[in-house]
Design a protein around this ligand. Structure first.
Ligand code: AMP
Length: 442
């Protein structure tokens, strides 16, 4: 336990994360809509789900915080994941943003730390020894998890600290030095802390990876593997590991088999169901007609009043990105672009201008889109198709947003014939009508 655990009773110094407004927690989501969510579990001896928070032994302090958060009943992912994690099993969970997964992994971690009175750190060392590590792809998500985890752990004596890049490290170091049980971090900043030997992974009992697919998408795999496999973290089987991901592509399956031990697989909604609420359109467009076709789509958005919604256009080449951006701007559609010849700073600036809506169209290559926290957008246009179906799925899930349906429009012609079969399969899986002409290519 950190120093704060020893004097948990002295909670006066702990800032109330609920503030003055105890009603602030977002309860606007109607989880009744999730009642029919299909659930799939597999693995040995899967612990049965619970139906009420009262059925789970979480302890008084945690239960009080659940009430303060105004969580009345557990969401589907919580019903299944919490008993699995409390039974000290490893978990691979496919669940979306907005499904309540933060609580699903935070409650068992906090409960575990509260229970474990043997978390004594090596004496006389200035290095910090968190007991739990939650890895997140982006600063925004890390900070969201941190805010929630602080609420969940209020007056439990469990200390939560966040560390992410893009801001000076000093403030985060100061917070860390006050003691840390749960560290929420982005992979880059954590590597920095590990290299400075400020933080050690030696005492990690719980490892959670949130939005693991997005982390890999952003190119973090080497950093994650370094943290988990090459530093001093206890091996799988000794620590408890939980992986959360919206999709379950091959790379995530590999990560699961490398990081988890005798794990339980849990899918809330269908696997890869991130495509469910996306309307997938495939249109036959000759290369020479692509620009005018895009223009028609953008004009339609203008006419139906959704011009300000963000549109992300994927192209194949850097030059293609530049010329399309210029052409859009010339035609009075405010656009920006990101590609591999742009510096990181230029990419960040383009992204800022896109996110703020100043240039609601962004043209991107796949490579440049990696490593950036691109928000979920209203419309993804595959101006050029990628060579690989996984890349296609990575692109289209950019338009998945909680409670809203996104649109992904794909321009297809005979140059893409090799992708036709897999494209048709993705559409079928997502219950979308596959155009007759596409099946001929397939
Ligand atoms: P998450 O998927 O963890 O980002 O959660 C999505 C939203 O649902 C957040 O605003 C949570 O505070 C809220 N939430 C999570 N679990 C519950 C619950 N059991 N009851 C009501 N709201 C919840």
């Amino acid at each position: 336990m950190s120093a704060s655990w020893a004097d948990a009773a002295d909670s006066d110094r702990e800032v109330n994360p609920f503030g003055d407004d105890a009603d602030q927690e977002n309860t606007s989501i109607d989880f009744d809509d999730y009642e029919d969510t299909p659930i799939e579990t597999s693995g040995e001896d899967v612990p049965p789900p619970v139906h009420a928070f009262a059925d789970i032994e979480l302890g008084e302090a945690l239960n009080l915080n659940i009430k303060r958060c105004k969580y009345v009943t557990p969401t589907p992912v919580q019903r299944h994941a919490i008993p699995i994690l409390l039974a000290e099993r490893d978990l691979m969970a496919c669940a979306q943003t907005g499904s309540g997964k933060t609580a699903a992994f935070c409650f068992p971690i906090i409960r575990g730390i509260m229970r474990d009175l043997h978390g004594e750190r090596p004496p006389g060392s200035r290095t910090l020894y968190p007991l739990a590590l939650i890895l997140s792809p982006s600063r925004e998500l890390a900070s969201q998890i941190h805010d929630k985890a602080k609420k969940f752990s209020y007056q439990t004596g469990v200390k939560v600290v966040v560390a992410y890049g893009g801001t000076p490290i000093d403030q985060q170091l100061m917070e860390l030095e006050k003691g840390v049980d749960i560290l929420v971090a982005t992979p880059g900043r954590l590597n920095d802390l590990l290299e400075r030997a400020t933080v050690s992974m030696q005492m990690i009992k719980f490892l959670a990876l949130d939005e693991a697919d997005r982390m890999l998408d952003m190119g973090f795999e080497p950093q994650i593997r370094k943290i988990v496999e090459q530093m001093d973290m206890p091996p799988r089987g000794v620590r408890q590991t939980m992986l959360f991901s919206a999709t379950f592509p091959r790379e995530i399956q590999r990560l699961a088999s490398d990081f988890l031990s005798n794990y339980i697989f849990l899918a809330v909604g269908r696997v890869g169901s991130s495509t469910d609420s996306i309307t997938l359109k495939v249109e036959y467009v000759h290369d020479s007609d692509k620009r005018s076709h895009l223009m028609a789509l953008l004009h339609a958005q203008r006419e139906n009043g959704t011009e300000q919604s963000l549109t992300l256009v994927f192209v194949e080449t850097k030059r293609g990105a530049d010329t399309l951006e210029n052409w859009l701007c010339m035609n009075e559609f405010p656009a920006t672009s990101i590609h591999g010849d742009r510096t990181q700073q230029e990419r960040e600036e383009a992204l800022k201008s896109f996110k703020s809506g100043r240039t609601p169209i962004m043209v991107a290559t796949d490579v440049a889109a990696r490593g950036l926290d691109i928000p979920h957008v209203a419309h993804v246009v595959n101006f050029d198709l990628p060579n690989d179906i996984d890349e296609f799925v990575h692109r289209i899930v950019r338009t998945w947003r909680e409670g809203e349906s996104g649109v992904a429009t794909t321009f297809f012609n005979e140059n893409n014939a090799s992708l036709a079969r897999e494209l048709a399969e993705v559409m079928q899986e997502a219950d979308q009508k596959v155009p007759e002409w596409l099946t001929r290519y397939a």
